[in-house]
Design a protein around this ligand. Structure first.
Ligand SMILES: [Zn+2]
Length: 182
């Protein structure tokens, strides 16, 4: 049997995980690319601790907003992909992800709205302060839980790295990483 037939058989029997809330919210490709973005940024900053980067994932891949050598990014992305595929799922969760901020702001907002329902002004202020404190304390653990369950998807078994290149965006050089699925 030819190798291509073997590969064809293998992909034909692949069973993908059923859709969950995160897929309905963002789409699985975006979540997979978000996971790969986090893992790549983690590896880049491990190699270059002085590096300050921001990044954004979409359904085609992810953009790193930093003037980096695309070869360096490609190597980090390939290593990140391999390690995620080997089961290092914790690489998919990043401590500085925007998900954490969104969860923190939402908690503070709902807490403050709830505090406004208190009858006495003093209770309202104390409740708002308490809810802001709770939001600040809980943002990171809840944000990381939201990353695991909603905004990232660490199973990248069907994902391959397609191409890495630089382009200019608003006068700055950024690195684009495109992925594909098999
Ligand atoms: Zn993120």
């Amino acid at each position: 049997m030819a190798v291509s037939e073997l590969q064809g058989d293998d992909s034909a029997v692949r069973v993908s995980a059923p859709l969950d809330a995160g897929d309905i919210l963002l789409g699985r490709r975006v979540r997979q690319n978000h996971a790969l973005e986090h893992a790549t940024v983690t590896l880049l900053t491990r190699h270059m601790p002085w590096l300050v980067v921001s990044a954004r994932a979409n359904q085609h891949g992810f953009t790193i907003f930093a003037d980096l050598d695309p070869q360096v990014v490609e190597e980090a992305a390939q290593e990140a992909l391999t390690r995620l595929q080997r089961g290092e799922a914790e690489l998919a969760v990043h401590p500085n992800c925007g998900t954490n901020l969104a969860v923190g702001v939402s908690l503070a907002l709902f807490g403050s709205l709830f505090a406004l329902t208190a009858a006495r002004p003093r209770t309202r202020i104390l409740s708002a302060l308490a809810s802001s404190l709770v939001a600040w304390k809980m943002a990171r653990p809840l944000g990381q839980m939201a990353q695991r369950r909603l905004t990232t998807f660490a199973d990248l078994g069907d994902v391959r790295l397609a191409t890495v290149y630089t382009r200019h965006l608003f006068g700055r050089r950024v690195v684009e990483t495109l992925t594909t699925t098999v």
